[in-house]
Write a protein that binds this ligand. Structure first.
Ligand code: 13P
Length: 269
């Protein structure tokens, strides 16, 4: 297919989906442990000048120390922001943790939970992810629950069991269809490798079926974002896949130019 045809297809798909579901299309940026205060201010200055269509829900997840800059600079903006992690406890002697109340105080309307880097490097079990998700919802913060399989799990064919287990653990604690899901295959994160479109389609459809089995009416299930090596070159192809309701972007979200370009590519008007 020609690039122009792909772009047209993406526009049609997004427009149809938005009409059908009334949902917003979500483009989220996970900065991980990157950026400085100065870079953050420059990024937000640029973003405040970027035209973002009404239906594109843009969310940025900066490191904790920069949330105050977001609170100050995005007061009149439609760009939302959130934290990369959240404590499962309410308050007390938990050195280094940040509670849901504190995040709400900083104006966070979203938080990531269960990012594979937290599951992998900080031993967050599926149950902990469920408890963090529950804590966020209890304080009016929408969790973006990250799930995904390793390359070994993909190749051995056990990835569906893994994804189901990750979703079930959250569902045992919280109303999963009030959240946002981000499918991020661990092997696609920061590697420049993305799954085949057929793999993304199959996996998103599988996740959607689990969300339906968790009580979501087919059109009212939690949105499912794709994450892992998304950039300006591949975003349109992935956006044309069914059950992809938006993106969670790491590396390509660190520069306002490339993030802005991605938002423009997903703009239908
Ligand atoms: P990259 O876009 O850098 O692969 O990171 C994806 C990610 O982990 C977002 O949460």
């Amino acid at each position: 297919m020609e690039r122009k045809e792909i772009e047209e297809l993406v526009r049609r798909r997004i427009t149809e989906k938005l009409k059908r579901t009334g949902k917003e299309y979500i483009v989220a940026a996970n900065w991980k442990m990157n950026m400085s205060a100065k870079e953050t201010k420059r990024f937000l200055d640029q973003m405040n000048e970027t035209e973002i269509p009404q239906y594109l829900k843009t969310i940025i997840f900066p490191p904790y120390p920069y949330l105050y800059i977001f609170q100050k600079m995005l007061r009149y903006s439609r760009i939302a922001y959130g934290a990369q992690d959240i404590a499962k406890e309410e308050k007390g002697a938990y050195t280094g943790e940040v509670s849901a109340d504190m995040l709400a105080d900083m104006g966070c309307s979203y938080t990531l939970t269960g990012h594979s880097e937290r599951r992998g490097y900080y031993a967050e079990t599926p149950q902990i992810v469920g408890e963090k998700t529950k804590a966020a919802l209890a304080h009016g913060i929408t969790p973006v629950i990250c799930i995904g399989e390793t390359l070994e799990e993909r190749q051995s064919g056990t990835y569906k069991e893994i994804l189901r287990l990750q979703l079930d653990a959250v569902s045992a604690e919280a109303e999963i269809n009030s959240c946002i899901i981000a499918y991020e295959p661990v092997w696609a994160i920061g590697t420049g490798v993305i799954p085949k479109m057929s793999e993304i389609a199959g996996t998103h459809e599988f996740i959607h079926s689990i969300l339906v089995s968790c009580g979501g009416a087919s059109e009212k299930t939690a949105p499912i974002l794709y994450g892992g090596s998304v950039n300006e070159k591949n975003v349109n192809d992935i956006a044309s896949v069914d059950y992809v309701d938006g993106f969670l972007i790491g590396g390509a979200s660190l520069k306002a130019e490339s993030f802005g370009k991605i938002l423009k590519l997903l703009s239908v008007d």
